[in-house]
Design a protein around this ligand. Structure first.
Ligand SMILES: O=c1[nH]c(=O)c2ncn([C@@H]3O[C@H](COP(=O)(O)OP(=O)(O)OP(=O)(O)O)[C@@H](O)[C@H]3O)c2[nH]1
Ligand SMILES: [Mg+2]
Length: 204
């Protein structure tokens, strides 16, 4: 039985990761699936640093294959903010609604042709033996003028991916899972998992 521990407490992310990780693991659990009071400090200045820190912290506690996702929204007109601060953009205890409100306020005078943005996702996977692998995915789009849709999580109600006129929250989760930053990072991770688990380069 092959188990994957996902170093996240974000339910929306956890749901997507469980759908995206595919058939390489028989059991995928996140920090929300068992009793714990683990709190990982995310003080890195890049997605890469934070993802590595989350993955290492959890791997060192459990010594099991571990995956971490650090992600966020980079808005062109804000010089790439909120970026690594996306989860804490409106303060530590703020809600998704608070963060979206702050974002729309900051962009209220920015015209449509300058509302470009991208979601970024960095995945760090640590295998049973402690080897570290990292992948990244980016999804370009623009920020809407108001929230639309109920699907997804986080900033999804205001993010319109390139090639669509609907927000991520209006699109079906299956479509988001084909084009998102997380989906792209998983495309590359799956190649790595294929090599690790199917081509016998290490213990299953
Ligand atoms: O609308 C969205 N659709 C997405 O697909 C998406 N991916 C990331 N984000 C936002 O970026 C921050 C991540 O911060 P983050 O990587 O530190 O995660 P987190 O703190 O929520 O959980 P954890 O995994 O650290 O436990 C959070 O504000 C998320 O809402 C997204 N928002
Ligand atoms: Mg976090």
């Amino acid at each position: 039985m092959r188990k994957l521990l996902v170093a996240t407490k974000n339910e929306g992310k956890a749901r997507e990761i469980k759908q995206l990780v595919g058939s390489y693991f028989d059991d995928v659990v996140t920090l929300n699936d068992f009793d714990n009071n683990i709190h990982i400090i995310e003080d890195g200045s890049t997605f890469e640093e934070n993802a590595l820190n989350k993955a290492k912290s959890i791997y060192l506690l459990f010594r099991q294959p571990t995956l971490a996702d650090d992600s966020g929204l980079e808005v062109d007109a804000l010089g790439g903010r909120p970026g690594v601060m996306s989860a804490r953009y409106a303060g530590e205890n703020a809600t998704d609604e608070d963060r979206i409100k702050k974002l729309l306020d900051e962009l209220k005078d920015v015209p449509e042709n300058r509302r470009g943005a991208q979601f970024v996702c960095v995945l760090v996977f640590i295998d049973q033996q402690g080897r570290i692998y990292q992948t990244k995915g980016i999804c370009r789009g623009k920020i809407a003028f108001e929230t639309r849709g109920e699907n997804g999580f986080g900033y999804d109600p205001v993010f319109i991916p390139d090639g669509f006129d609907k927000t991520f929250a209006e699109l079906d989760s299956q479509i988001k899972n084909q084009i998102s930053h997380r989906a792209k990072a998983f495309e590359n991770l799956k190649k790595i998992l294929g090599e690790i688990y199917n081509e016998g380069t290490c213990d299953k």
